[in-house]
Write a protein that binds this ligand. Structure first.
Ligand SMILES: *Cc1c(COP(=O)(O)O)cnc(C)c1O
Length: 363
């Protein structure tokens, strides 16, 4: 069989992805908000990144330089944004690859300035405020204002583009109007000191769309960094309870191939020890059932419990590194060589797009 027929495959519907991005971008635009399209959810697949460009995003953003680096060669011209605060040892490459980065450390800012000088570039920076989510960002807001003033007055190879915050990642904090106003007040303290208006006040990620949809987003917030909300488009509906039925939930399909079908007991037979991951799982005895084995495993997608078989009659039973066991007792006849399709959660998608074992097919 030709190599391109090999399974497993990740099937990516680019027109559905594009449609999701366009709809959310227009919703943002109507509120005076620019959108940075975040591509880390699918490990920066350039064909996916291209959809963000064609849908009119202001920036294409990732937390990883290796995902941003190939995009220029792929023909993408949209400015690139590095959204994980840079390591000192990355400063050279951040300036070389990205046009703008999110930052929270004075030493890193000085290094970026030095590297920008050496590369004869002006690198834009957004300073991050930690408003309680406790991941990146200045905690002491007076320190943050001083850092901004330093960038403005002393780091001449950097351009202070604005301020931002990230919420709902570690501390699960919601992007409420209060938090947005707190960010704006920091921006205004900085503006007063530097005597000009900041270009961007970036209020957050996909979860920021909830504030927007509630009509609670203050008008000075003018940039959101959106990934999940257009890539999988599940969280706002499933977790936050918003009606997002106008977005496609089927941009990505994981297709795995059946390598064995047999009736077997559901409870292991013999003395139970620990599984291949050092765990001691509980096995429910449901008698003899028809089970199929798939040629894909945890190494490819992470946790089997998160996989969502499209055929609701199929249940994922468990997995090891390279095998997945599914219960097909209630499903139609299934044979070796058949394929089984899955929808993915965010973590599954990140792993799948990083697996060399899974080929990516664009439709
Ligand atoms: C991942 C990330 C985003 C995008 O988050 P989504 O929930 O996928 O929209 C935005 N900003 C930062 C700093 C991030 O790390």
């Amino acid at each position: 069989m030709p190599a391109h027929n090999r399974n497993p495959k990740l099937i990516v519907d680019l027109s559905k992805l594009r449609s999701n991005i366009e709809k959310v971008r227009i919703m943002c635009q109507d509120a005076g908000i620019e959108m940075a399209g975040v591509i880390k959810g699918f490990r920066g697949l350039p064909q996916g990144a291209k959809q963000f460009e064609q849908a009119g995003c202001k920036f294409i953003a990732s937390s990883r330089l290796d995902q941003l680096e190939p995009l220029r060669e792929f023909g993408i011209q949209t400015p690139l944004m590095m959204i994980r605060v840079p390591m000192l040892t990355e400063a050279y490459d951040v300036v070389r690859i990205a046009d703008i980065s999110l930052n929270s450390d004075v030493q890193v800012l000085k290094e970026l300035n030095k590297q920008a000088g050496a590369q004869d570039k002006k690198h834009k920076v957004i300073l991050m405020a930690d408003l309680g989510d406790l991941r990146e960002g200045f905690w002491d807001k007076a320190d943050m204002v001083e850092a901004a003033v330093m960038v403005e007055n002393e780091l001449h190879n950097l351009e202070l583009a604005g301020v931002g915050t990230n919420l709902g990642c570690y501390g699960s904090i919601a992007p409420t109007r209060d938090k947005m106003e707190e960010l704006i007040s920091i921006a205004e303290r900085i503006e007063e000191r530097i005597g000009r208006e900041l270009e961007y006040i970036s209020g957050g990620a996909t979860s920021g769309l909830t504030t927007l949809m509630d009509g609670e987003m203050p008008s000075r917030i003018n940039l959101l960094r959106i990934g999940e909300g257009v890539i999988l488009a599940r969280d706002l509906q499933d977790i936050w309870g918003y009606d997002m039925s106008y977005l496609h939930k089927d941009v990505f399909t994981l297709r795995a191939e059946v390598i064995e079908v047999r009736d077997k007991p559901t409870h292991p037979v013999g003395k139970i020890m620990i599984d291949c991951f050092g765990r001691r799982p509980i096995y429910e005895d449901r008698g003899i059932r028809k089970r199929a084995l798939l040629g894909i495993g945890r190494v490819d997608y992470g946790t089997p419990e998160d996989l969502m078989p499209i055929n609701k009659k199929i249940k994922v039973v468990g997995a090891s590194s390279d095998h997945t066991i599914i219960d097909v007792e209630d499903a139609e006849d299934i044979h070796v060589g058949d394929v089984v399709d899955f929808r993915l959660c965010y973590a599954n998608l990140v792993y799948v797009t990083g697996s060399r074992n899974v080929s990516v097919v664009f439709i």
